[in-house]
Design a protein around this ligand. Structure first.
Ligand code: GLN
Length: 202
């Protein structure tokens, strides 16, 4: 059984740990570079991306995270974690950096200007036929993606219908919503499968 880390600097770490364990993974909370070395995949949770970035810097995790992701570590980011995995951000805090890895531009607090939090059905490619009941909390959206990025989910209905809210690029994936909160762990299953397949290949 592969070990999936949850970046545990800030955010809803416990909920992701539970969801991953429900999906059959072994988990490890990651706060130090040596813990990062021990995982086969990594979840970057929801929370607050500027705080997560500052803590990653002071815990000396930013460069190790970049290196491992560049070297092919599977990673999944939810909400603030999506921002962390974006190569480019719009409306970030002054000087805000990301880990990067996914060739996309993410707009921080994009939905938040109109409505702080909401729920919506999202059809997710490769995760079954029923729409995913997605919870958005001061969520970003994906403004644009590069050629290698597959769009796997778009917001459905309302003024923001069609906005990109889930993407995958090889071993990296991200959602603007919080699949750890609803008890429907399809996204965590999907990621755990991706990690399993990657470890079998290597
Ligand atoms: N608005 C937050 C940020 O900028 C993300 C919110 C969330 O993760 N629920 O990081």
């Amino acid at each position: 059984v592969p070990t999936i880390g949850v970046l545990a600097l800030q955010g809803d770490v416990r909920e992701h740990v539970r969801a991953l364990e429900a999906a059959g993974a072994r988990t490890l909370r990651v706060r130090r570079p040596d813990e990062l070395e021990r995982v086969d995949g990594l979840v970057l949770p929801g929370g607050e991306s500027t705080t997560m970035w500052r803590l990653a810097r002071s815990f000396e995790l930013l460069e190790p995270l970049r290196k491992r992701i560049e070297a092919g570590l599977p990673a999944y980011g939810s909400c603030a974690g999506m921002i962390m995995l974006a190569d480019r951000i719009v409306d970030g805090a002054a000087g805000q950096e990301t880990v990067g890895g996914i060739d996309m531009t993410v707009r921080r607090n994009a939905f938040g200007r109109q409505v702080d939090s909401f729920e919506s059905g999202v059809a997710l490619t490769g995760m079954g036929d029923t729409p995913y009941h997605a919870v958005f909390i001061r969520a970003p959206w994906v403004e644009s993606v590069g050629d290698g990025v597959e769009i796997i989910g778009r917001a459905d209905g309302g003024p923001n219908a069609g906005r990109i809210v889930a993407v995958r690029q090889g071993r990296l994936m991200a959602t603007a919503f919080h699949p750890e909160l609803t008890g429907d762990f399809r996204v965590h299953h999907y990621f755990a499968d991706l990690v399993r397949r990657t470890t079998e290949e290597e």
